[in-house]
Each structure stands twice: as structure tokens, then as C-alpha cells.
Design a binder for this molecule. Structure first.
Ligand SMILES: [Mg+2]
Length: 184
């Protein structure tokens, strides 16, 4: 058991996408960002990206980062929301839904990587709030990852289902290295 929890270990954790120092990560050779949507850059199922997050993503793009949203949309209809968010952020996107591979299937992340010119296992970073999809998928694929806590408020249906498991995994992982943090 103690060994299997390591499958969920992110390379780093951060307080928020807004606090990640993408410039410092670029110096480590990373420049392609696979970015989860729900709970990571928006409240779950909402359309609004908080300004401090949008601003940090724009700064990353100005610094040469390319971004692809990667979201398990479940249904084709829900994919439209991801498309609209990608338009607003001026980035690529892939909405994963049945019968296509979904996270944590590493194939889903490979498909998202193929949306970014020159994305390789060496220059791509995954950022997300779910250990069981985002971080596990990144570890399957062999790319670094940053876990961020879900943006509040987390709806009740999520709290009584997936969030319980997510929080249990966070506790089981213990110490996680902090990602390079942006100083405002
Ligand atoms: Mg999420």
C-alpha cells in the first residue's frame, strides 16, 4: 500500500496556478503546459478563470510557454465549455470524452501534447488538482507535474465523491516539494 501511493506523487505542489513561477520552470527546460480545467483554473463546472490565474498564464505565454487545456469532459456537449475557455485564454485544448481515452490514460495526455508544436516528454509539464487523473496520468506518461488544491467552493456532490479520495491521497503522500513560487 505504502508503495502504491507513490503513483500519485506530483513533482511539486503549489498554492494555486497563480503562484507558479513559470519563468523559473522554463529555465529548467519546461515550456509546454498541459493544464487541467475544473478545480485547477476554474471552479468546478464554472466558466470564469480568476484574474490572477489568467494573468499568470498570459505572463507564461509571453515568456514562451505554450498551453493546452486537457479536461475529462465526459460528454461532447461539455467539450464546448472547454473550447470557449481555450478561446478566452488563447491556447489549445483537448476535451477527453468517451469513447476517446480520458485521463489518467497517458494516451489522453499524448493527444493533448500533439496539439503543441514540439512538445516532448522532456519539455512538458502537467498541472492539475486531481491525483487520480492529472497526476497519475503524468506519472504514467513520465512527465513532471504540479498538484494544486481545487479552487473553492467545491460542490457537495464532488465533496462526497471524488474529493474524499483526493484528500486521503494528499494526506498519505505527506511532504511534497513546493514548486518555484512567483513573487509579486
Ligand atoms: Mg480538475
Amino acid at each position: 500500500m505504502a508503495q502504491s501511493i507513490e503513483r500519485f506523487r506530483p513533482t511539486y505542489q503549489a498554492r494555486s496556478v497563480a503562484s507558479i513561477d513559470f519563468e523559473a520552470l522554463r529555465e529548467k527546460g519546461l515550456s509546454k503546459l498541459l493544464l487541467d480545467v475544473d478545480g485547477t483554473i476554474t471552479q468546478i463546472c464554472k466558466m470564469v478563470v480568476p484574474e490572477e490565474i489568467a494573468q499568470n498564464l498570459r505572463a507564461a505565454q509571453d515568456n514562451g510557454w505554450e498551453i493546452c487545456l486537457t479536461s475529462n469532459a465526459q460528454l461532447w456537449l461539455m467539450a464546448r465549455r472547454i473550447e470557449k475557455l481555450a478561446e478566452a485564454l488563447e491556447c489549445q485544448y483537448v476535451a477527453h470524452y468517451w469513447p476517446h481515452p480520458t485521463k489518467p490514460n497517458p494516451r489522453a495526455l499524448e493527444i493533448a501534447m500533439s496539439e503543441m508544436d514540439g512538445a516532448t516528454l522532456d519539455n512538458t509539464l502537467m498541472v492539475g488538482d486531481q491525483f487520480g487523473t492529472d497526476i497519475l496520468g503524468a506519472n504514467h506518461l513520465g512527465i513532471p507535474s504540479i498538484w494544486v488544491p481545487s479552487i473553492e467552493p467545491i460542490p457537495l456532490w464532488k465533496r462526497i465523491t471524488l474529493e474524499v479520495i483526493n484528500q486521503r491521497r494528499l494526506q498519505a503522500l505527506g511532504e511534497i516539494t513546493e514548486a518555484p513560487t512567483r513573487v509579486y
